[in-house]
Design a protein around this ligand. Structure first.
Ligand code: MEV
Length: 430
């Protein structure tokens, strides 16, 4: 146990870690130090994002060009460690560029927050007095909501919900908000904490029962903050693979999506592939990927069974493929003005509104899923995946530039596997 760790200087924190976990070996210290930024201001910015920063953890920042979305051409920034993701996105973007591009529309933008509380008094009396309490709740929150209201957002509604069938004495204020270009977590949580104070005070003044606030917090489940992205083309225009007809490809593709719709084991992997694209853009644009993940998977289970986030159909010779996904995103606030690379990403995307960013992110997810299903239903995933992974294997065995170039060339038309690469590098080295 160490007391006061957060109060130690960065170098003292590192000394303690090296002593305690690395037998005092300074090589471990060098590993950390090599990632420090020589630009002290930038390093300080990163140090201050969180507590106890000892170094920076780099992830690759790539871009996928040629994304035509509602007639606008985007180059999408992606932050991700998985080798094949950016390549797959770029491939899908190019494929759909020649077929009219992606369409995207925001269907709704409502965010949610809740005040959870217990009340021991009569439920009917609570409901009877709620309308008048609600107007006081809203007026007490004015100092927090007035700027957001001036911009066209604010509180949409506050509903009292009786949850006593789930838990004794449990009620909630289920509150909805419009937060415009902000993700809105701070705005919503500040409103909710104020709502809770007013509720407790007003119920205390006018009703008999005991009211206790359990907690006030936004919900990351936002089934009314939905964006739809889609692609469509004639079946005959669909396939470029000489080994399978366009019709057979369309049939297999729709089957693959259907399997993810009806079978949870497959649905989870299918949606994981979608999140490869989504999370990469979320990270690049400084949004909260944990919130997006939690909300997306809850939405995928909204009908009682975990299912696919994408859907596909073939009707009258027309192939359609689309995603509906909840995305509570922000393009102001949070990291957006702080992190230089987040600012860069947003500029690269033309400084989008939150709604425009929702469209770009949904398209990235759809494109990723298209690329994955296209490989899975034709060549299999490993061909492309292992091609991209080849460089990782070569780096693992510390191949030099000439060995890399020889082996990249050698594996151009061969199946990559870990053992095959080791065998070839050993041959080269002997
Ligand atoms: C790998 O990161 C993602 C895939 O497994 C997605 C899928 O199976 O659809 C390829």
């Amino acid at each position: 146990m160490i007391k006061g760790f957060s109060k130690l200087s960065k170098s003292k924190k590192i000394d303690w870690i090296i002593e305690r976990y690395f037998n005092g070996n300074d090589d471990a210290k060098l590993v950390l130090q090599q990632y420090w930024n020589t630009n002290e201001k930038l390093q300080q910015l990163h140090d201050e994002f969180i507590e106890n920063t000892i170094t920076n953890y780099y992830l690759p920042y790539g871009v996928a060009p040629n994304f035509l979305i509602n007639g606008i051409n985007y180059t999408i920034p992606m932050v991700i460690e998985e080798s094949s993701v950016v390549a797959a996105a770029s491939k899908a973007a190019k494929f759909w560029l020649d077929r009219g591009g992606f369409k995207a529309e925001v269907l709704s933008t409502t965010k949610v927050g809740q005040v959870h509380f217990t009340y021991s008094g009569n439920s009917e009396t609570l409901f009877d007095s709620f309308e008048s309490i609600k107007s006081i709740i809203i007026s007490d929150a004015k100092p927090i909501t007035k700027n957001m209201e001036a911009r066209g957002g604010g509180i949409l509604d506050i509903q009292l919900k009786d949850k006593t069938v789930l838990m004794a004495n449990y009620y909630q204020l289920h509150c909805t908000f419009e937060t415009l270009d902000a993700m809105g977590a701070n705005f919503i949580n500040s409103c909710l904490e104020q709502f809770a104070k007013t509720l407790k005070r007003e119920v205390g003044c006018s009703l008999d029962g005991d009211l206790n606030i359990t907690m006030s917090i936004l919900s990351n489940y936002v089934p009314e903050c939905i964006v739809r992205a889609s692609v469509t083309c004639k079946v005959e225009d669909l396939n470029e693979d000489p080994n399978i007809t366009a019709e057979d490809f369309a049939t297999k593709f729709v089957q693959a999506v259907k399997i993810a719709e009806v079978e949870p084991y497959r649905a989870v992997t299918h949606n994981k592939g979608i999140m490869n694209g989504i999370d990469a853009v979320i990270l690049a644009t400084g949004n909260d990927f944990r919130a997006i993940e939690a909300g997306a998977h809850a939405y995928a289970a909204k009908d009682g069974q975990y299912s696919s986030l994408t859907h596909a159909s073939v009707e009258d010779g027309i192939f359609k493929f689309w995603i509906d996904i909840p995305l509570a995103l922000g393009t102001v606030g949070g990291l957006t003005r702080l992190h230089p690379l987040v600012k860069f990403s947003l500029q690269l995307l033309g400084n989008p509104s939150a709604k425009d960013l929702m469209k770009v992110v949904a398209v990235a997810g759809l494109a990723q899923n298209f690329a994955a299903l296209r490989s899975l239903t034709t060549t299999g995933i490993q061909q492309g995946h292992m091609k991209m992974h080849l460089m990782n294997i070569l780096n693992q065995v510390e191949a030099n530039d000439s060995e890399k170039s020889t082996l990249l060339d050698y594996f151009k038309d061969k199946t990559v596997s870990h053992s095959a690469v080791i065998q070839e590098i050993n041959k080269l080295r002997n």
